[in-house]
Write a new protein. Structure first.
Length: 309
């Protein structure tokens, strides 16, 4: 008789725990601010319907909504990485579904770009550059920092039409600025493509063999923000200047998509650089490129010490 009694007691005990747990969960669920709002928007839901769907509501409550509790895609804490829950009513019933979150969409976009374009490689220090780490005491860079903050302030709402053209001597931190801007834009769910100009020319010339050239150019045309690092340092080719760079600039200018550049040359100097190719000195064609650069970016000079030393 004894074992029977004790197992009955155990069952009753567990059942009591279950009951208590159930009540606790139910309380947590109905007091959750987002669930409260959902329920108040759908007053037709009966208590029975709510009780029947308590597990769904609980699941919704525990998941991070559009990255509200996650710092990045990699740190996503949801059951399905990169998916955010949505609570709806369908045919009078509570329905829980999932959609891709901002971070996942951005992650997928970046992966696609990386897969297609081999040379999007940037040094680690540039990839980790942060606006917060920019040295504000350096007065020689104040103007550039101001312009950069101004751009980012506007980008928090919608993407400004013009980016910046940073020019100045070697080692003052021009490329570092690009990295820092790209990282800040990422927080606003805006993806950027940074490419080192000499690599860009090599990449495009190298893709003649396969048919990927048009697809690649399309990525450069349509990227949210395109950043060309070290323009003027590439091997000059009339074909690249007019057919590739020219058409990307033209597209972005028409679509009002911002661009960033870094260069050792001012725009006037770059014009001279772009004009001299093996086909001779072509000032008109170079001038056309400079005009378009001015449409998609504002020039800013950066002076200062060489930080590489
Ligand atoms: P540039 O592109 O003008 O030639 P870089 O951006 O490559 O110069 O910067 C030169 C070096 O100084 C790099 O090693 C970079 O990481 C470092 N650097 C530049 N700006 C900063 C900064 N604000 N804080 C820390 N390191 C910086
Ligand atoms: Mg650089």
């Amino acid at each position: 008789m004894k074992p029977m009694q004790s197992s009955l007691k155990k069952w009753m005990q567990e059942n009591k725990n279950f009951q208590e747990n159930y009540i606790k969960i139910k309380e947590e669920v109905v007091n959750d601010p987002e669930i409260k709002e959902f329920l108040s928007l759908h007053p037709q839901l009966t208590q029975r319907e709510i009780d029947r769907n308590l597990i769904k509501l609980y699941e919704y409550k525990t998941q991070s909504k559009q990255c509200s509790s996650c710092s990045s895609f990699e740190q996503c804490q949801n059951m399905l990485q990169g998916y955010s829950p949505i609570l709806q009513i369908e045919n009078g019933e509570i329905r829980l579904s999932y959609e891709k979150c901002h971070s996942r969409l951005l992650h997928e976009k970046e992966q696609q770009q990386q897969k297609l374009i081999q040379s999007l490689y940037m040094p680690k220090e540039i990839l980790q550059a942060r606006i917060e780490d920019i040295d504000h005491s350096d007065r020689q860079r104040n103007q550039a920092v101001l312009e950069l903050l101004n751009f980012l302030g506007k980008a928090d709402g919608s993407l400004p039409q013009k980016g910046l053209y940073f020019h100045g001597p070697f080692g003052v931190g021009k490329t570092y600025f690009l990295g820092a801007i790209a990282n800040k834009l990422r927080e606003y769910n805006i993806s950027s493509m940074i490419i080192y100009m000499p690599e860009f020319v090599r990449e495009i010339k190298g893709s003649f063999k396969d048919d990927s050239i048009n697809e690649k150019i399309d990525y450069f045309k349509k990227a949210d923000v395109l950043m060309l690092d070290d323009i003027g340092a590439e091997m000059q080719s009339a074909w690249f200047r007019d057919e590739i760079l020219g058409s990307i600039l033209q597209y972005r200018m028409m679509e009002r998509l911002p661009m960033f550049f870094t260069s050792n040359y001012s725009l006037a100097q770059l014009e001279g650089q772009l004009a001299s190719t093996r086909s001779g000195v072509e000032t008109v064609k170079a001038g056309r490129i400079i005009e378009r650069i001015k449409q998609v970016s504002t020039p800013v000079n950066i002076e200062g010490d060489n930080r590489r030393e």
